[in-house]
Design a protein around this ligand. Structure first.
Ligand SMILES: NCc1[nH]cc(CCC(=O)O)c1CC(=O)O
Length: 317
C-alpha cells in the first residue's frame, strides 16, 4: 500500500476545481490515491493588481512546497507560469487544453455589439485592455481583481457597477459557469494569452516513477501549441502581464505529421498600434514536438520584432 499522492492547490474555487479534475484523472490512470493539500500564496492574500505583484506570484508558493517535499504534484494554470523553469522540477504533463478563447460575461446575454459607447468593461490584463481599445468602440476598461465569482458579481450582482467582464472561457468551463457568457470572443480580434486554457502538472524531476505515470495525462497537440506560444512569449522577453497574445492550432497531414499554425500579436495599450502576424511549421509525427514547436514560436517572435513589436513593448515596460 503506497501513501496517497499529495496534490498541492491554491484555495480559490478555480484552483480547487481544476486540481480536483486532475486528481480524478490521476486516480483513473494510475490507480493511486490522491489527496488535495491547500497552499496559500501571497497572490491570494494581496488585493494589488496582478501587474504590480509581478509574474509568478501564484506559482512560487506551490513550487516551494514541491521542492520542500510537502506535496508531490501541483496543477498550475499554464498561462500564469513564468517562462523560466526552476531546477529540480518538471512539467510532467500538459493535459488536453480547454477552449483557449476569452469570453465576455454580460447581463441578459448581451454581446459586444450590444454594448453602447462608454460601456464599462472590467479587465486589468494589458493584453485584453489593448485589444478592447483597438476595437475603437469607446469602451472604458476598468481594472478588476479577485476570483471569478467576485468579477462576475461586478456585472450581475446586486451592486453591479460594470457592463461586462472579460474572463478566460476555460476558467468558466471548469467552474460550470459557461451559461453566464454573453459572447465568446473571436481570436481574430481578441487573441488569447499564450497557454490560456491549458494546465501544467508539475512534480519533482527526481520522482521518476511519478514523472512516467503523469506522462499518461499528456496531450501531444496541446504540448505542441502551448510550447510554441510560450516560446514566442519568452523570445519577446515578456511575461504574462505584457500585451502579448498568441494562439497555436494543429492540423494533421496525410503523412501523419502535423502542421502548426501560430498567430501572434503585440498591441499597444491604447490600441492605436499593433503587430499581428502568423507563422507555420511542420511537427514530427511520433517524436516529441517540443523543439520544432518552439522553433515556430521563436521565428514568429523574430518577425514580430522586425515589424516593430519592440517599440510597442517598450511603451509598457
Ligand atoms: N490570471 C488568472 C487566471 N489564470 C488562469 C485563468 C483562467 C483559466 C486558464 O486560462 O487556464 C485565469 C482567470 C482568467 O483569465 O479569467
Amino acid at each position: 500500500m503506497t501513501a496517497p499522492l499529495r496534490l498541492g492547490t491554491r484555495a480559490s474555487a478555480l484552483a480547487t476545481a481544476q486540481s480536483g479534475q486532475i486528481a480524478e484523472r490521476v486516480r483513473e490512470l494510475t490507480g493511486r490515491a490522491v489527496e488535495l493539500v491547500e497552499i496559500s500564496t501571497p497572490g491570494d492574500r494581496s488585493h494589488a493588481p496582478v501587474a504590480e505583484l509581478g509574474v509568478g506570484v501564484f506559482v512560487s508558493a506551490l513550487r516551494d512546497a514541491l521542492t520542500a517535499g510537502d506535496i508531490d504534484l501541483a496543477v498550475h494554470s499554464f498561462k500564469d507560469l513564468p517562462t523560466a523553469h526552476p531546477d529540480g522540477l518538471v512539467v510532467a504533463a500538459i493535459p488536453l487544453r480547454e477552449d483557449p478563447r476569452d469570453a465576455l460575461v454580460t447581463r441578459d446575454g448581451r454581446t459586444l455589439l450590444d454594448l453602447p459607447e462608454g460601456a464599462r468593461i472590467g479587465t486589468g490584463a494589458p493584453r485584453r485592455v489593448a485589444q478592447i481599445n483597438a476595437l475603437g468602440r469607446g469602451f472604458e476598461c476598468v481594472p478588476i481583481r479577485g476570483n471569478v465569482d467576485t468579477r462576475i458579481n461586478r456585472v450581475t450582482g446586486p451592486s453591479a457597477d460594470l457592463d461586462a467582464v472579460v474572463l478566460a472561457r476555460a476558467g468558466l468551463s471548469r467552474l460550470g459557469r459557461l451559461g453566464e457568457i454573453g459572447e465568446t470572443l473571436d481570436p481574430m480580434f481578441m487573441l488569447p494569452a499564450p497557454a490560456q486554457g491549458a494546465l501544467a502538472v508539475e512534480c519533482r524531476t527526481a520522482d521518476t516513477t511519478l514523472v512516467d505515470e503523469l506522462a499518461r495525462l499528456d496531450d501531444y497537440q496541446t504540448r505542441a501549441v502551448v510550447t510554441a506560444e510560450r516560446a514566442l512569449l519568452a523570445a519577446l522577453e515578456a511575461g504574462c502581464t505584457a500585451p502579448i497574445a498568441a494562439l497555436g492550432e494543429v492540423a494533421e497531414d496525410e503523412d501523419g505529421s502535423y502542421e502548426l499554425y501560430l498567430r501572434g500579436a503585440v498591441i499597444q495599450l491604447d490600441g492605436r498600434h499593433a503587430v499581428r502576424l502568423s507563422g507555420t511549421g511542420t511537427l514530427p509525427a511520433s517524436t516529441d514536438p517540443a523543439e520544432a514547436a518552439a522553433a515556430v514560436g521563436r521565428a514568429l517572435a523574430a518577425t514580430l520584432r522586425e515589424e516593430g513589436a519592440e517599440s510597442l513593448l517598450e511603451s509598457v515596460r
